[in-house]
Design a protein around this ligand. Structure first.
Ligand code: PLP
Length: 804
């Protein structure tokens, strides 16, 4: 509930004092800012109350270098249950709520799945009234903006804060000083409210910004040394200037290590300061009141940092400090790709944070002697040590220094136990858990597909499903109900129409809404195999050229993906797909049977338009490579069958929704394991002319890579390999024919529209498991040991008081 009169007054006042404007004269950015601040005013008391009530018991802290939040406005209104109220207030003062929503820049403080997971987690923590605070970095520039020029990816800085960010509150008084070997900087916290769904509780995401301790050297300025006068300022601000745009592969750069230590040290200081203020008796109880989750290895320096503080500052004995530290931390592993396992050069570490480095050496020595006592061989010890060959292995430090290590999908956790982290699993079987990822149904259905959400609420006669997604199962009884299915199809068509209009406006491409929307949207990576998709499209195109009367339903292939700026091959694949799009979309002879669209600048707010409009979800990673995937869940929740490999969470998706309602193909992990040593892609290339035909378009002049050599390099990678890998190391040619066949099955199934709708419905009604409410409840109970803590609202407080 909101106070409409108050909100209107707030908007007018904020426009006046912040911009000296009025509703008549303000531009859309000013209006968006004023309305958002007006909403903050109405929630600030509950926010404060939540913070205070969490102080009295055990809290969890989610440390993550990335939070891919997207837009806040619409989501906050939905969660507060005031979307319609605010719209009517805005109507009265002639402001269009859609324009306000569109004026917000995405908070793109993450690369992809890992950062988006952190954002969905926060939403669930608040909705479940759990005392959980997120900690991260307030990057001045988020993930780069992507444009295509001549089909090539071009990156642009994302200055998302340029007009201010109304949802953040600067808490300058709670700043802390962070010390590097030869530099001290100030970490300034900015708090963002995390508004849960249908609850008064409001949680906090605290993001740190780096500032100089002294902004400006007056003496130098006076001596006319203007650059030197602001040198310290620039150097400090560089720390939180920009998000590293590498997805999964980690680069050992000093600045990145500085970022990691900066936000981790600030967060640990903050946690300790608060602990001392609230339930502190002695540090012996620290882990009874504090749980810290490490999202991947990026924040793992928190382990030696807490040890350093306990031992150096709090004068605790090492062994006791180690017990407390280990019982405080838990670690989430996100990847099986070996190139993504973070390692830091010892010299770099030592140069930047020498005392923390000493602590790591001591931890490493302790590990080695424990393993020795257990009778481990020197070889095996070497394989597990934290410091090896001049490098610090952050994953080893994480597992050794925490009480729980978790994978993010059942298959992934099995791989960790049986392969990647086998030695660790044998040493500490009790430390390993699975926590299958999820997505928040608020953003990924209630907000982005209001039409479908309304239908569900009507059928269930309640909107409780938004907080208890397992209720969708009750809709299973409608899977044969023609009128329900027809309405469901209608809604899908509406979402397709809306997406088509958006694509027309932003990409200037017209698409046929009666075609199958076949969508692959995710970061561009070789293991995700956008190239397999591209080959399959080309193959279909050539088939259509040869058989112009071939009966297939029309299809629109939609891609969305950013490539890391230094990832040459990924950029080559983008250019290649754009070339394919140009060929196909301009070929009048195929009569718009197929069309290819690579949308620009894929991000959360674009994703919200794409997932609801999809007919098929493309999830075709090499089996064993995708830890979980969460995009697959967003499609499922919007009633979309998966065309995919048996990998990551796809395994659990088909387990829930049924094999018969999805399209699984390709080599399974066991087969990949079995063939990988003797795999020769040329066997497939030489045997199957269709494969040769599409693969050779990379070199036969069909397409032009602008003289970059990108296409030739891709061709080589597939057939010859490279210095660092074997030929076709992601088994594209192995899976190619199976992929074309499974897509033919999709065509067939799609022709019976009611049967197709039933498959979609079965996916929707069985998606309950993939709510982050389920995931977070498991973290809370099985790892963090924290309790639901709803704040009392005033009327309840009065009642409690009168009862006392
Ligand atoms: C969900 C999401 C991802 C993760 O997609 P996957 O297919 O799981 O890799 C990446 N980027 C954005 C913007 C997302 O919303």
């Amino acid at each position: 509930m909101i106070n409409k009169t108050e909100l209107k007054k707030s908007i007018e006042r904020i426009l006046k004092v912040e911009f000296m404007s009025t509703i008549k004269t303000a531009c859309i950015e000013e209006k968006y800012y004023a309305v958002s601040k007006g909403i903050i005013e109405q929630i600030i008391d509950n926010w404060q109350k939540s913070t205070e009530s969490y102080r009295r018991q055990k809290q969890a802290f989610y440390l993550s270098a990335e939070f891919l939040m997207g837009r806040a406005f619409g989501n906050n209104l939905i969660n507060l249950g005031i979307y319609d109220d605010v719209r009517s207030v805005l109507d009265e003062i002639q402001i269009d709520i859609n324009e306000i929503e569109a004026a917000e820049e995405d908070a793109g403080l993450g690369n992809g799945g890992l950062g988006r997971l952190a954002a969905c987690f926060l939403d669930s923590c608040a909705t479940l009234n759990l005392p959980v605070t997120g900690y991260g970095i307030l990057y001045k520039y988020g993930i780069f903006k992507q444009k295509f020029i001549e089909g090539f990816q071009v990156e642009e800085g994302d200055s998302w804060l340029k007009d201010g960010y109304p949802w953040a509150v600067k808490k300058a008084k709670e700043s802390v000083i962070i010390e590097f070997s030869n530099e001290r900087v100030k970490a300034v916290p900015f708090d963002i409210p995390i508004i849960g769904h249908a609850t008064k509780n409001i949680n906090t995401l605290r993001l740190w910004q780096a500032e100089p301790i002294r902004a400006f050297d007056f003496q130098l300025f006076n001596d006319q040394k203007y650059n030197e006068a602001v040198e310290e300022k620039n150097k400090a601000e560089d720390i939180s200037k920009v998000l590293y745009p590498n997805d999964s592969d980690d680069r050992g750069k000093t600045l990145r290590l500085k970022q990691q230590y900066f936000f981790v040290a600030a967060s640990i200081k903050d946690i300790i300061k608060n602990y001392k203020m609230r339930c502190y008796k002695s540090f012996d109880d620290f882990n009874l009141y504090n749980a810290i989750q490490l999202n991947d290895t990026h924040p793992v320096v928190a382990i030696p940092e807490l040890m350093r503080i306990l031992v150096d500052d709090e004068k605790m004995e090492w062994q006791k400090a180690w017990e407390i530290t280990r019982n405080t931390f838990s670690y989430t592993n996100h990847t099986i790709l070996s190139e993504a396992l973070e390692q830091w050069d010892c010299q770099l570490f030592k140069g930047l944070i020498p005392r923390v480095y000493e602590v790591i050496i001591k931890i490493d020595t302790q590990l080695a002697s424990e393993l020795k006592i257990k009778g481990y061989s020197d070889d095996k010890i070497q394989g597990m040590r934290i410091i090896e060959d001049g490098k610090i292995r952050m994953a080893s430090l994480a597992i050794y220094g925490s009480h729980t290590t978790n994978g993010v999908a059942a298959l992934h956790t099995d791989i960790l136990k049986e392969k990647e982290l086998k030695d660790w699993y044998q040493l500490y079987p009790e430390r390993f858990q699975n926590k299958t990822n999820g997505i928040t149904p608020r953003r990924w259905l209630a907000l982005c597909n209001k039409e479908l959400a309304e239908m569900i609420t009507e059928l269930l006669k309640s909107d409780q499903w938004i907080r208890d997604l397992s209720m969708l199962k009750e809709l299973d009884k409608y899977s044969e109900d023609e009128s329900v299915l027809k309405r469901f199809i209608c809604i899908k068509n509406q979402k397709k129409q809306q997406l088509a209009e958006y694509i027309k406006a932003y990409e200037n491409i017209e698409i046929n809404i009666d075609s199958i929307f076949d969508i692959q949207i995710k970061r561009l990576h070789e293991y995700k195999r956008q190239l397999l998709n591209a080959f399959q499209i080309l193959d279909l195109y050539y088939k259509l050229k040869e058989n112009p009367h071939m009966e297939v339903p029309a299809r629109t292939f939609i891609f969305g993906a950013k490539a890391a700026p230094g990832y040459f091959r990924a950029k080559g694949i983008i250019k290649y797909i754009n070339e394919i799009a140009r060929l196909i979309n301009n070929d009048k002879s195929i009569n718009e049977k197929i069309k290819v669209v690579f949308i620009q600048n894929y991000r959360v707010s674009y994703a919200e338009r794409l997932f609801p409009a999809a007919d098929v979800s493309i999830q075709i990673s090499t089996a064993g490579k995708e830890a979980s995937g969460t995009g697959n869940m967003k499609f499922m929740l919007n009633g979309t069958p998966t065309v995919g490999t048996y990998d990551g969470a796809n395994v659990e998706i088909v387990e829930e929704a049924g094999d018969e309602n999805n399209f699984i193909f390709g080599a399974r992990m066991e087969e990949i394991e079995a063939i990988k040593d003797n795999y020769n892609p040329k066997d497939y290339y030489n045997k199957e002319p269709r494969i040769k035909r599409v693969v050779d378009t990379l070199i036969d002049g069909t397409f032009d890579d602008g003289g970059t050599g990108m296409f030739k390099e891709l061709h080589n990678a597939l057939l010859e390999g490279a210095s660092w890998h074997k030929a076709d190391n992601y088994f594209i040619l192995r899976d190619f024919m199976e992929y074309t066949k499974v897509q033919e099955k999709v065509d067939e199934a799609y022709n019976n529209r009611l049967e197709w709708a039933k498959k979609c419905w079965k996916n929707l009604v069985n998606s309950g498991k993939f709510s982050t409410d389920r995931t977070i409840s498991q973290y809370a109970e099985e790892i963090w040991n924290i309790k639901h803590t709803p704040i009392l609202i005033e009327s309840e407080e009065r009642r409690v008081k009168s009862e006392e």
